[in-house]
Design a protein around this ligand. Structure first.
Ligand code: M3L
Length: 288
């Protein structure tokens, strides 16, 4: 099994993650809290109350877990394609796989990635939603002191299954949209690359960026539900399950609720996924 695919996925995912985290914090807050008027209001408030550090809350765990999450995403995708089409990554531009195979391999990557991602994503969302400024004398302390304390508290207060809160919504979000992600990327690369050649850097950047936006727009409705389920259980349980969370969110806020955070998420998705794919392609070419 080609290990390079996993390592390239890890490095590329980490680069994208750091670049996109400040946008991600704004997105999560807009999806789960009602105190902000919009993107600019949310950014200004975070900066005023929590300084620049506020934007980087909840980043340390994702940085550690990205090794597993991103390498599973790309590694499973690429190895699934190899099984389906009997071509390695290097041969793939010369003998392009069918879009059905790309989609299935993408879904497989998305599905398996969910299991690694769920607990880390939960902790990220809980920490991103803490609005207290960093420990200052006098101000009330935040509920969670950091990622390890957060994980331990969830385990104690909500049980081991509590660590997988929102995992079902996450799986429903990522399985099909990871298929969309890779199909968009492949489709755009082929469109702008002469047959049999490697795509240029500009093509990879644009195709990666657009794949990020397209898949995230499709993923946003379930992303909102996922974030809400993850915050549920912190105080009083409000939602019975995914469907109940959807129904009660729509009842209270209208259909627009499914697109909360979509603008900031798209602004984040372009650079994050452009850089991720560029780094992924270059690392594999370099090692190949
Ligand atoms: C989840 N969904 C399949 C829509 C997009 C996947 C893109 C993954 C990338 N690391 C990012 O954070 O943007």
């Amino acid at each position: 099994m080609p290990v390079e695919e996993f390592v390239a996925g890890w490095i590329s995912g980490a680069l994208g993650l750091v670049l996109g985290h400040p946008f991600d914090t704004v997105k999560v807050r807009l999806q789960t809290q009602t105190t902000y008027q919009g993107i600019v209001d949310c950014m200004v408030k975070i900066y005023r109350h929590e300084s620049l550090l506020g934007f980087f809350k909840g980043m340390s765990f994702p940085i550690m877990s990205i090794a597993v999450v991103s390498s599973v995403q790309f590694g499973v995708y690429s190895n699934a394609l190899m099984v389906l089409t009997a071509t390695s990554h290097q041969e793939r531009w010369a003998q392009p796989p069918s879009y059905a195979h790309v989609f299935i391999a993408g879904c497989a990557g998305g599905f398996l990635q969910t299991y690694c991602l769920a607990p880390f994503d939960l902790i990220k969302v809980r920490l991103q939603n803490q609005t207290e400024p960093r420990a200052q004398s006098g101000s009330p302390p935040a509920r969670y002191r950091g990622p390890v304390h957060c994980a331990a508290s969830i385990f104690q207060e909500e049980g081991p299954r509590g660590l997988f809160r929102g995992a079902w919504a996450l799986m429903l979000r990522d399985t099909p949209t990871m298929g969309i992600y890779f199909v968009t990327y492949e489709g755009l690369c082929r469109q702008y690359t002469p047959d049999g050649q490697n795509p240029s850097s500009a093509t990879v950047l644009v195709a990666g960026g657009v794949a990020g936006i397209t898949s995230w727009v499709a993923a946003t409705p379930l992303d909102v539900i996922k974030s809400r389920m993850q915050m549920d259980g912190l105080r009083r349980r409000v939602y019975q399950g995914v469907l109940d969370c959807m129904a009660s969110s729509v009842r209270q806020e209208g259909l627009g609720v499914f697109f909360r955070g979509v603008t900031i998420n798209s602004a984040r998705a372009f650079p994050v996924n452009a850089v991720t794919f560029l780094s992924y392609e270059y690392l594999l070419r370099w090692w190949g």
